[in-house]
Design a protein around this ligand. Sequence first.
Ligand code: F6R
Length: 365
Amino acid sequence: DKGNYKHFMAKEIHEQPEVLGHTLSRYFDYTTKRARVEGADQLKFKDLSRLIITACGTAYLAGLVSKYWFEKYARLPVEIDIASEFRYRETPVSDKDTALVISQSGETADTLASLRYCKTNGATIGAIVNVPESTIAREADRVFQTIAGPEIGVASTKAFTCQLAVLAGLALQAGRERGVLTPEREQELVAELIEVPSLALKALARESDIEKLAHPLSKASNALYLGRATNFPLALEGALKLKELSYIHAEGYAAGELKHGPIALIDENMPVFVIAPFDAIYEKTVSNMQEVAARGGRIVLITDERGASECGNAAENTVILPDMSDIVAPIIYALPVQLIAYHTAVFMGTDVDQPRNLAKSVTVE
Ligand code: F6R
């Protein structure tokens, strides 16, 4: 049932404040302000020299965001790869390893094969899945469920942000177990994460600004998305969503890679989405943005008040989100990224909930 929405995707985007609340309250203790991930001890975070993460598509991009978190907050190196590559790489895995697989459906063939590869080699398997009775959930040693509810739209939205919420819980839990996070620091971070549902509501309130971008974007045949740090996976996610929903060719790049090739594509017909809250790395992204502006590229900057006022006149359009801390930013910035693709596709009249050539659950490789 789509309720009052035109598409399941719109409904699922708008459900995020609520389902993020459900997921966060499963993995965080709001009273003590600590991560509380039952069964995380099975993953042996304390003894690991690296954590393996593998998944496909948008779920892989959630894993890529978490790499920054595990490394920063838990000093735990992460080896992440897309499942279709990982499964054939013959990478060394042993009983000293823990592997995390991430999958909304829990049925993705390549992700399941990666799980089995790790399991056969003796690793402990944790799975972040949305469907608890799925094959991946059954075969993992420990399941961390996203409480996103059924996701019908083929493009993953609420499952992605809920995966991030679970991964944040695991990263903070790992940080505590590895003696990296002090109790005070953990409490600070959890207090910030508890704000996610209300920040998500505020981000969704920007929808009409975002809808206005759809018309000019629908005329483009290419688009670029740029970001650094945890906004780099979001740039990849923005490009993936735009491609699959509107069939506009799009690429996501780490902003620092711009001058190593893709800058050659920039001209006045190229919309460039820059995802850059005013954080420690903002200045670096702005200098990339100025390089784009100097070549006539049409920039849409997704940022906060401070970021909008510090960018000079490089951006043609801005989407302004509330101020927020580093750890919550990738969860909240995912929402405008989803809405851009959604509204562009609606404007172009494509089948938003069932894009051509795609299946919700990819059970063949
Ligand atoms: C993109 C999208 C896909 C899935 C991918 C993995 O919007 O939905 O990229 O994320 O097919 O699917 P799951 O999470 O079911 O393993």
